[in-house]
Structures are given as structure tokens and as C-alpha cells.
Design a protein around this ligand. Structure first.
Ligand code: SAM
Ligand code: F21
Length: 277
């Protein structure tokens, strides 16, 4: 696609996000039936277990974890916040960065109660679920910044907002495929964020399989690049990552609730350029 065509399709995607509604998005995806902690086949325990294992199996370490496209959610950093002393959250929209600040400042007015997620991750760590306030305090302590980000820019965050050595670990959930107009743009965005990672750092990528759209609010239909596992791995290989593990979850029929047409979710752990470790 010509340069002008790429710019137009990325601008069209950005326009879709101007009506994104964090509260609705959280309601659609982070409350039952999708977020049902009592169901063994629910996606929440599966995803939180993938993240817990990936952050605690011994090969991930360092100082700085950066979450790309955080949106209004925290589940994706509830395990990582125990491993890293510095955590930077990022999003394209100020309305999402405000939602993150509201929870971090603990002054009420948040759109979702993250307690069940904190309790579940405490249990994964072998702690009592009643230890969730300590985990909430830890998370609030380690978040050092909430930055604007645009994965379609060759420099996705402002210069000098990260150490020159890069982040030790990146996590990104349901972002790249949900903001890219097509697969080449998805792959380019992967390359852009890869430059934020130090050599040998790790990338945890969580995303939708087979999804072509989702609702980011009432009537806010946002196009998604439909991906399969092979495309995810090929895009990551093209951008120089080494696959450590890929896990796939197929959404039960009753979790297909009309807010999107996702058929599955993948969890992938990668190591960036240079020796893994
Ligand atoms: C589907 S949401 C994912 C939110 C969250 N990570 C989660 O796991 O639910 C996609 C996010 O990407 C953000 N976004 C939109 N355009 C972006 C861009 N060009 N670069 C980075 N993030 C973008 C949106 O603001 C939104 O928060
Ligand atoms: O996997 S989810 O069902 C989920 C969570 C978020 C999303 C989707 C699916 C699919 N559409 C995406 C659009 F970008 C957003 N899930 C919701 C409960 S908590 C763990 C994540």
C-alpha cells in the first residue's frame, strides 16, 4: 500500500477510537460471563495464570516493565508488578489514561472494581486472597508513569521517556490487532514496539484470534485485524523475536456475547533481539 494509503487507513482507525468508552469496554469484557472467577473454563483464570507463569518462571527479570496500549485495565500487570520495581502504563487516549489515574490515586470513581482480579492473582502466588490490599498497594507504588503511545509511530512513546537501554520487559494485550488496519500495519507496529525493548528482554503478547471487529462502546464498532496463530508467529519472527511459548484459548460459546466476534485468545511469550535471558 502506498504511503498515503497507509496514513489514511491509520487516521481512519484513530478516528474510530475517538468515541471509545472505557466504562462500556470494561463492562463488555471484564464482568461476567467473560470475567467469571467461579467458572473453571472462564477466560480470566486462564489469562491470569498465563501471565503469572510467564513472569515467575525465572527467566524474566530487570527493573522496568512497560505495558503498551493499557487501555483502562490493570489485570495484565498484576503479576509483573511483583517482579519489576518500575512500571510504565501507556495508552493512545487521554480518557483511558484518566481511568488508570483514577484507580492509581485510589480516590474512587473507577469504572470497575479490580478486587476479584487482585484476589485471584494473590491466590496464584500462593498468598491468601485477603492479601489483595497489599497487592493493590504494590501496584500503586511501582507505577511510575502513564504515557501517551502510538504504535504506528516509529518512536511509539516520547523520546527520553524510557531509559536509553530500553525496557526489560514489554506486555501488550489486545492492542496491536485492534488498532492496525491490516496485517502489514500490525507487523510494522510490532517492530516499532520492539525497539523499546532491550536486547534479550521479553515480550508478553496477548491478543484476539479470528476477530474482525469489537464494540468499544455503544454503537462504537472498531475493526480488528483477524489473526491466526501462524500469522502471529510469522509477524513476530519477521520482527526478530524468538518464540518461547504460545498458548491458545478457545472462547466457549456462551462467552461470545455480541460485543465482538473473537473466537479465541492467544498468549505468547517472546524474547527480543540478542541472547534471551
Ligand atoms: C482493545 S483495547 C485493549 C485494552 C487493554 N490492553 C486490554 O487488555 O483490554 C485497545 C487499546 O489500544 C489503544 N489504542 C488505540 N490506538 C492506538 C495506537 N495507535 N497505539 C497504541 N494504542 C492504541 C486504545 O486506546 C485502547 O485502549
Ligand atoms: O479474553 S477476554 O474475553 C477479552 C478481553 C478483551 C478483549 C477481548 C476479549 C476480545 N476483543 C478485544 C478487542 F480488542 C478486547 N477477557 C475478558 C475477561 S478478563 C480476560 C480477558
Amino acid at each position: 500500500m502506498e504511503e498515503k494509503g497507509k496514513e489514511n487507513s491509520i487516521a481512519a482507525m484513530a478516528a474510530c477510537y475517538q468515541k471509545f468508552d472505557p466504562a462500556a469496554y470494561l463492562q463488555y469484557n471484564y464482568t461476567p460471563p467473560r470475567a467469571d472467577f467461579t467458572r473453571k473454563d472462564s477466560i480470566v483464570p486462564w489469562k491470569l495464570a498465563c501471565l503469572h507463569r510467564a513472569f515467575t518462571e525465572g527467566d524474566v527479570s530487570g527493573e522496568l516493565l512497560v505495558d503498551i496500549g493499557s487501555g483502562p485495565t490493570f489485570y495484565q500487570v498484576m503479576s509483573g508488578c511483583e517482579v519489576f520495581n518500575k512500571l510504565i502504563l501507556t495508552d493512545f487516549l487521554e480518557i483511558n489514561r484518566q481511568e488508570l489515574r483514577r484507580w492509581l490515586q485510589d480516590e474512587g470513581g473507577c469504572s470497575l472494581d479490580w478486587t476479584p482480579y487482585l484476589e485471584h492473582v494473590c491466590k496464584l502466588e500462593g498468598r491468601r486472597s485477603s492479601a489483595w490490599p497489599e497487592k493493590a498497594t504494590r501496584l500503586r507504588q511501582v507505577v511510575s508513569d502513564i504515557l501517551p503511545v502510538d504504535v504506528h509511530c516509529s518512536q511509539p512513546v516520547a523520546p527520553d521517556s524510557l531509559p536509553s537501554t530500553g525496557a526489560d520487559c514489554l506486555v501488550s494485550c489486545f492492542c496491536l490487532e485492534s488498532v492496525s488496519p491490516d496485517l502489514p500495519a500490525f507487523t510494522r507496529a510490532l517492530g516499532h514496539i520492539g525497539k523499546l525493548l532491550r536486547p534479550g528482554g521479553h515480550l508478553m503478547l496477548i491478543g484476539a484470534l479470528g476477530e474482525s471487529y469489537y464494540f468499544g462502546g455503544p454503537g462504537v464498532r472498531i475493526p480488528v485485524v483477524p489473526l491466526n496463530e501462524a500469522q502471529v508467529c510469522e509477524s513476530l519472527r519477521e520482527t526478530g523475536y524468538t518464540l518461547i511459548r504460545l498458548e491458545v484459548y478457545t472462547l466457549p460459546q456462551d462467552m461470545r456475547v455480541g460485543v465482538d466476534d473473537v473466537t479465541g485468545v492467544f498468549f505468547a511469550k517472546f524474547c527480543g533481539l540478542g541472547s534471551c535471558g
